[in-house]
Every structure is written in structure tokens, then in C-alpha cells.
Design a protein around this ligand. Structure first.
Ligand code: SF4
Length: 404
């Protein structure tokens, strides 16, 4: 049994001492209760044959101030920003379907100067802001605190050396940490995201890294597995099968050991079986031009949203999304982009899906991908051993039976 370090503050105590009560209540009702209600509405719809995800992820811009190797967001020929009216419309339409929680991605979302004001005007929803942190000034953090309905998720790709390898600059690492400090000073509930790869595995799959992120102010730590994507994928940086297994074991162990923050993953259910959120239909991605994609790195679409369209009907009737849900679980419990890229080419063709990457090269990139292993690691599943996480995954997030 892992030994708990009692010298560190438990997360509940951190929430009470670090977060403004108004923001904490917003988080509990927006991200907590709101999500539960959204999942209940989703389950009810699903039984009626209507598919609209409870979690909507929206990329509000294709522009970014960084150019990380292997990122799906890099390389659009004419990078687009989402029209503010369209974002309003998507959020409103999604709320009609019971959604309360939205992931806001880019590019770098904070390149849109109207975004903080948008959050303030949409206090009836809760937003997770995916950011590299470079533009997250104290002024922006104060605006987010004023809005009260935003949790920044700052991407820190490991430690300084691995950050530099991924992003081609090490100076940004200090800026990401500075953003974390600014969020702490502003009293925001803040997360840190890490995309685990060969390059940073030793840095981040480590007790000290988890403790350091908590010490610096993170309330949750989201582990992603690096999926080489875009026009310049770095396949050599993808994790090996045994590293994925080690990562899974590490996450399970940390959930028992570290009381100071929540460890997030969206790859495994309570029993440790691999899952794909897009194949379960619980989340989809809408890009800056309104194209609905299974998830951010699968950049093709047969449904495009515009202001005043019937968003629910368009998403529910998307052939691509429907066949993705029906067929992917018969092939893999893991990531189809990694495990079966050739199938994804064929599926997109059968559904007459269009390239939505903005690079006009998504299908060639997909066809050139080698099949790799991802989170569906070999060997027995590694179940959750923490009561809380087990409960959350079993009854709230991954209990929808997409895999039969
Ligand atoms: S296809 Fe892969 S990247 Fe997309 S949602 Fe599924 S597991 Fe995640």
C-alpha cells in the first residue's frame, strides 16, 4: 500500500483556504452537479436514440503563439478564429441539451481578446480553458476570477528540458509556471496538463513531479498520452506499450498516495479497461470553423455548425460520428487514431467526411501513419484502487456500456 505524505495539505483543505467561496460554489455546481445532470440527460437521450454529447470541446482559434512538434493544431493554411456569435450559439444550443461544462481549446484561446468577457456573459455555464499560459497575465486571471466560471488548465509539458524538446524553447516553461502562480494568487481552481511522451516520461511519471505541481498551486493534474499528430508527427516520441502500462500503474498509485490534488485521465474505466470518449459519444470536438469532429486530433467532419443551424439534429445525424460509435468499439477499446489509422481513412471515405484540419493534408497524414499501441496496453487491466476514483468512473463518467 502506498504511503501517504501527511505533511501536505489535503485538497479539501486547499479548496477552503486557497479558493474564494464564490468560485468554489460555482465549481461545485457548474463542474460538479452540472456535469452529473448533463450525464443524466445524455443517458436519457441515448436510450431514445438521440446523440448529443454531455461534454463539448470547442477550439475557438487555429492560431497559436507556439509551434509544438506533433501538435494537431499546427499548420492551418489560413488559421481561423471562431466567430463570437457562433460560440454563443453553440453554448446556448448545448445548454438546451443539458450541457453545462465546456472545454475551450485552440490553438491558444487567449489570443482572442474577447474571451474573458464571453465567460463573464455566460456565467450560467462552466468552462475549462486549455492554455499554454504564456498570455495568462494577472489582469486576465482577475477577469477569470471575476467571471467565476472558468478553470484554467495550463499545459506544462514536463520539466524544463522536456518542455524545450517539445516546444523548441525553454523560456516558455518558466512562463507556464508563472501562469500557475498567477492563477493561485487570483484564487482560481487551476489544473496542469501533461502530454506524456518518451521525452518527458522520466520527468513526469514521478512522485516529485506530482508533489511539485501541487506545491506550485495545481488542484488537478491531467495526464494525456502523447499522440503524434499534424503535419510533422514525431512518432519516435510516442510511448511504448510497457510505458503506457507503467503510466497507468503510476496514476492508480498516485491516486492513493497524493491527497493534495486530483489526478485526471480519460483513458481507463474503473476496472482499468481502456475507453475512447468519442466512441462512447460522451465528448466531441467542434473546430474554429464549426466543423464537428470525433475528437481534436481526428480532423475530419461531415457536419458543420453555423449560427441558427439545428445543432442537435446535425450532430445526432452525423454519419461519421454514428459509425465511429458503432464500429470503433468492435475494433479497439483504445485510440483508433493510434491503433488503426488505416480504418480511420476508410471510415472517413465511407462517410464522405471532409478534411477539417485547415492544412488540406489530413488524409495523407492519416494514410502515412504507422499503427502504434496506445492506452489499450497489453496484459491485465489495472483497476482503480481508490474508492473515490472508482466510484466516480463507474457511476459518473464511464458507465455507458459502449463496449457491450
Ligand atoms: S480516438 Fe483517440 S484521441 Fe480521439 S477520443 Fe478516442 S482515444 Fe481520444
Amino acid at each position: 500500500m502506498p504511503i501517504r505524505d501527511k505533511s501536505k495539505k489535503a485538497l479539501a483543505l486547499r479548496f477552503l483556504t486557497e479558493i474564494k467561496p464564490r468560485l468554489l460554489l460555482k465549481f461545485i455546481f457548474g463542474a460538479g452537479v452540472g456535469n452529473l445532470l448533463a450525464l443524466q440527460a445524455f443517458e436519457k437521450r441515448r436510450k431514445e436514440g438521440l446523440y448529443f454529447p454531455p461534454f463539448v470541446f470547442i477550439s475557438v482559434t487555429q492560431r497559436c503563439n507556439l509551434r509544438c512538434r506533433g501538435c494537431w493544431a499546427v499548420g492551418a493554411k489560413e488559421p481561423a478564429d471562431m466567430e463570437r456569435e457562433l460560440l454563443e450559439y453553440i453554448v446556448d444550443e448545448s445548454r438546451q441539451m443539458g450541457c453545462r461544462f465546456f472545454g475551450i481549446l485552440g490553438g491558444e484561446p487567449l489570443l482572442l481578446d474577447w474571451l474573458p468577457e464571453f465567460f463573464i456573459e455566460n456565467r450560467n455555464s462552466y468552462f475549462q480553458l486549455f492554455t499554454n499560459g504564456h498570455l495568462l497575465t494577472r489582469c486576465i486571471a482577475d477577469q477569470l476570477a471575476h467571471a467565476g466560471n472558468v478553470t484554467p488548465l495550463i499545459s506544462v509539458e514536463g520539466l524544463e528540458k522536456s518542455y524545450a524538446d517539445r516546444r523548441g524553447t525553454s523560456s516558455g516553461f518558466a512562463q507556464a509556471l508563472k501562469a500557475l502562480e498567477i492563477c493561485r494568487e487570483a484564487g482560481l481552481i487551476t489544473g496542469v496538463a501533461v502530454s506524456v511522451s518518451q521525452g518527458n516520461f522520466a520527468d513526469v511519471v514521478d512522485d516529485d513531479f506530482v508533489d511539485e505541481m501541487a506545491r506550485r498551486g495545481a488542484h488537478y493534474l491531467w495526464f494525456y498520452i502523447y499522440r503524434p499528430s499534424g503535419a510533422d508527427p514525431n512518432f519516435d516520441d510516442a510511448l511504448s506499450d510497457s510505458q503506457v502500462r507503467d503510466l497507468r500503474q503510476f496514476i492508480v498509485t498516485q491516486r492513493r498516495r497524493c491527497r493534495s490534488l486530483v489526478i485526471v485521465d480519460a483513458y481507463w474505466d474503473s476496472d482499468g479497461n481502456a475507453v475512447c470518449p468519442a466512441a462512447m459519444g460522451i465528448s466531441h470536438h467542434i473546430n474554429a470553423r464549426g466543423c464537428v469532429e470525433p475528437c481534436p486530433p481526428i480532423q475530419c467532419s461531415d457536419a458543420r455548425l453555423s449560427v441558427n443551424c439545428d445543432a442537435a439534429a446535425l450532430i445526432s445525424s452525423s454519419t461519421l460520428l454514428q459509425r465511429f460509435r458503432d464500429e470503433v468499439p468492435t475494433l479497439t477499446r483504445g485510440c483508433v487514431l493510434m491503433d488503426h489509422p488505416a480504418f480511420m481513412v476508410e471510415l472517413a471515405g465511407r462517410c464522405a467526411a471532409a478534411d477539417s484540419s485547415g492544412r488540406d493534408s489530413f488524409f495523407e497524414e492519416l494514410a502515412a501513419r504507422p499503427a502504434m499501441r496506445c492506452h489499450n496496453h497489453s496484459g491485465d487491466p489495472i483497476p482503480e484502487t481508490s474508492f473515490f476514483y472508482r466510484l466516480a468512473k463507474k457511476y459518473w463518467f464511464f458507465g455507458f456500456g459502449a463496449y457491450g
